[in-house]
Unconditional design. Structure first.
Length: 387
C-alpha cells in the first residue's frame, strides 16, 4: 500500500537538491531508501530527479544497464532492486517506476539525466565511486558526479506523526517488557547479566517488537560503571546497581531507554549519585526546547553533574536522535551545532560512572514539541529497589 508520506518526503528532498545545486541524487544508503520509498529489502538504490513531479505512470521498467536504450527518456525518479525482490518491490514501492537490475547504483547512473548527479559520500566506497564514474562516462551524456552529505538524514531528523507513533509503540513495548521482567522476579541475585538480557529481549519480541533495537546492555555491580558494557556471565548480587540500556524495534523504528535499579537496600553513595543523575536528567529534558542547540542542552545536564564534583565521571554526550536508526541526527553533545525544531525525537541520558564501584544512567526517548519535551518512555525514573 502506498504511504503518501514517502511522496511528500521525496518532494522535500527535491527542494533540498535545488538548494544544493544538484539535478538528481543517487541514494544508496538502504535506510534512506526505506525512508523515501518504504522498501525493506537488502539491495536497492533510488535516483531522485529534481524536476520530477511524479505524476506520470509508475510502470515497472524491466531491463539492465546497457540494454540498448538511447538515453534516459523523460527524467524520472526511479527505484531499482534486483530480481529477488520483484514481488516485494511491487508491493512496497507501487508509486515509482521500478527497474530490476544489478548493480543498482550503476543501473541508475546509466539512466540519470544530464547535469550534476549527487551521490551519498558516506555510503559509497572509493571502488564503488570509480565504477559510478565509469558508468557515467559510458552513457555518452554529460553527467558530473558530485559528493553530498546528509541531504536525506537532515530530513529524517524531523519526524512525521506516523513516525512518532511508531516510536511511541516501540517505547511502550520496552516499558511493558521491563515491567513484566520485574514482576516475574527476573532481576534477582543469582542470575547472570546474560540471562537477564536474553529474558528482556524475548519479552520484547513476544510483545510485538521485530527485534531489540540494539544489543541490550545489562551491567551489574562494578560493570555498571562501564557505559557500554556487554552482558557477560557475571552474577547479580545483593548490593549491586543493575543498569539496563535497551529498546525495541517496531516497524523499523527504534526506542532507547536506560534504567538503573539496585538489589537490596542502597548504600548512601548509591542514593547520592542516583539522585544526582535524576536531577541532571530532568535539567536536560527541561532544556529540550525549540531553538535550543545541542551543546546548550548537553550543558544543562552536564553543569548539574559538574557542580556536584562528578564532571569527569560523565564522559559521553547527553543524547542523540532516534528513528530508523538507533543513533541519528540531531546530536545533544558538547560542541553540537544541532538546533532543535518541532518533532525532533531525541534521547536524554546523563550518567555518572565510578570505576570499580558502579554507575548510574537514566535515559528517556522523547519528542520535542512547542510546549517542551514529551517523554515517550513511561517507566518510572524513581530508584527501584528490588529485594
Amino acid at each position: 500500500m502506498t504511504n503518501p508520506n514517502h511522496a511528500q518526503r521525496r518532494a522535500l528532498l527535491r527542494a533540498a537538491l535545488v538548494r544544493s545545486g544538484v539535478d538528481a541524487l543517487l541514494i544508496t544508503d538502504l535506510i534512506n531508501v526505506r525512508y523515501l520509498t518504504g522498501f525493506t529489502g537488502s539491495n536497492a538504490a533510488l535516483l531522485v530527479v529534481d524536476s520530477d513531479d511524479e505524476t506520470g505512470p509508475a510502470d515497472t521498467v524491466i531491463g539492465t544497464a546497457g540494454d540498448g536504450r538511447e538515453g534516459p527518456g523523460d527524467p524520472r525518479t526511479l527505484f531499482c532492486t534486483d530480481g529477488r525482490y520483484t514481488t516485494q518491490a511491487e508491493s512496497e514501492v507501487p508509486d515509482l517506476p521500478r527497474l530490476i537490475a544489478r548493480p543498482c547504483d550503476l543501473a541508475l547512473v546509466s539512466r540519470a539525466p544530464e547535469g550534476i548527479v549527487g551521490f551519498e559520500a558516506r555510503s559509497v566506497s572509493v571502488a564503488d565511486h570509480g565504477a559510478q564514474l565509469a558508468a557515467a562516462a559510458g552513457t555518452g551524456r554529460s553527467i558530473e558526479l558530485k559528493s553530498t552529505t546528509a541531504l536525506v538524514e537532515t530530513l529524517r531528523a524531523v519526524k512525521d506523526e506516523g513516525e512518532i507513533e511508531a516510536l511511541r509503540h516501540a517505547c511502550a513495548v520496552a516499558d511493558h517488557a521491563l515491567a513484566e521482567l520485574i514482576a516475574a522476579d527476573g532481576i534477582r541475585p543469582g542470575r547472570t547479566e546474560r540471562q537477564v538480557g536474553l529474558d528482556l529481549d524475548q519479552r520484547m519480541r513476544e510483545l510485538g517488537a521485530d527485534d531489540p533495537a540494539f544489543e541490550t546492555i545489562v551491567a551489574a555491580g562494578p560493570n555498571s560503571a562501564i557505559p557500554h558494557h556487554r552482558p557477560t556471565s557475571a552474577v547479580l548480587a545483593t548490593g549491586d546497581f543493575v543498569k539496563l540500556d535497551f529498546g525495541a524495534r517496531v516497524a523499523g523504528y527504534h526506542s532507547d531507554m536506560t534504567r538503573t535499579l539496585v538489589l537490596g537496600e542502597p548504600a548512601d553513595w548509591q542514593r547520592e549519585i542516583y539522585d544526582l543523575v535524576h536531577d541532571a536528567q530532568l535539567a536536560g529534558r527541561l532544556a529540550c526546547t525549540i531553538g535550543a542547540t545541542g551543546d546548550a542542552i548537553d550543558a544543562a545536564s552536564r553543569t548539574v553533574i559538574a557542580e556536584a564534583g562528578y564532571g569527569p565521571q560523565f564522559a559521553h554526550g547527553l543524547g542523540h536522535g532516534v528513528g530508523l536508526q538507533i543513533h541519528e541526527a540531531p546530536s545533544l553533545a558538547r560542541q553540537s551545532p544541532s538546533i532543535m525544531v518541532p518533532d525532533m525525537c531525541v534521547t536524554v541520558e546523563p550518567g555518572v560512572y565510578l570505576p570499580g564501584r558502579g554507575g548510574v544512567r537514566i535515559e528517556d526517548s522523547g519528542v520535542i514539541r512547542v510546549d517542551g519535551y514529551h517523554v515517550l518512555t513511561q517507566t518510572s525514573k524513581e530508584l527501584v529497589v528490588l529485594a
